[in-house]
Design a protein around this ligand. Structure first.
Ligand SMILES: C[S@@+](CC[C@H](N)C(=O)[O-])C[C@H]1O[C@@H](n2cnc3c(N)ncnc32)[C@H](O)[C@@H]1O
Length: 250
């Protein structure tokens, strides 16, 4: 699990690396929440990290609460919320075991649920989310299905003279439902260059992990998207690659 990692223990560098304009993602979440849950006034983000999406979703209207297991990430997010004045809060908690109720819409971004390695962890997560949502509420999950060795992404972001190059790649298949992957941040800060590396197992999410498993906890898949375009809804999800699932609390 990535709760305690070199990368997540350095939230500023993570935040620069993931610091692209979040408008597309935020508008997508707000639109999809309204479309599938209607009347959304409270939002929950699971594994909110530095709060880069949480704060912007809250600025869009709904009161938003984020959970993160990592104390450095949660502290960074709290500072961002304070500065922004957005109607949001962050709580340090484990997304496999938390107690909240009355939430209209929840989301988890950038494959965060792959940190839940076992069936037990994933089921415990769905149970907590299901209890947190009101009937008719939705859980929107942005995830990568069946990642394989060779999958790789590389990008670079810059802020205030600090630049970070990120390389994510799948290194190996560990078991049928686990891969070993690596996120490397190469930081260039005032001519000092150093690396932060997080190499750890992730869940190799299957389609069943986003359909049969949540269904057991009253979370019914009602829509699938392939990108952050609300018009990009597809009838059936792909077997592999990025997918955004909408699970509705029935
Ligand atoms: C890939 S980051 C995503 C952060 C943020 N959602 C974003 O879009 O930038 C995943 C986050 O999930 C958190 N996390 C991992 N396992 C967790 C758990 N069991 N409960 C709560 N948070 C967890 C990590 O600490 C990290 O901040």
């Amino acid at each position: 699990m990535r709760g305690h990692s070199e990368v997540y223990s350095h939230p500023l560098y993570y935040d620069v690396a993931f610091g692209w304009d979040p408008t597309l993602e935020v508008e997508f979440y707000l639109e999809v929440f309204e479309r599938h849950a209607g009347g959304v006034r409270t939002v929950l983000e699971l594994g909110c990290g530095t709060g880069r999406l949480l704060t912007e979703v809250a600025r869009g209207g709904p009161y938003s609460v984020g959970l993160d297991i990592n104390p450095e990430m949660a502290r960074f997010a709290a500072g961002r919320i304070r500065q922004s004045g957005a109607p949001a809060d962050v709580v340090r908690a484990d997304m496999t075991e938390f107690s909240l109720t009355g939430i209209d819409a929840a989301f988890s971004a950038v494959n965060t649920i792959s940190a839940l390695l076992t069936d037990e962890a994933l089921m415990s997560h769905y149970l907590s989310v299901s209890r947190a949502l009101r009937r008719g509420g939705v859980y929107v999950v942005d995830a990568s299905l069946n990642p394989s060795p060779g999958d790789r992404e590389e990008w670079e972001e810059e802020r205030d003279g600090l630049s970070v190059r990120a390389v994510w790649e799948v290194l190996d298949v560990v078991t049928e439902r686990q891969v070993l992957d690596r996120l490397k941040l190469v930081v260039n800060e005032r001519e000092r260059v150093f690396e932060l590396v997080d190499e750890s197992p992730s869940r190799r999410l299957s389609l069943g992990d986003l359909s049969e498993l949540p269904r057991r906890f009253g979370l019914e898949p009602v829509a699938w998207y392939l990108s952050f375009d609300p018009e990009a809804e597809v009838g059936a999800p792909p077997a592999r690659g990025r997918v955004i699932a909408v699970l509705k609390k029935v």
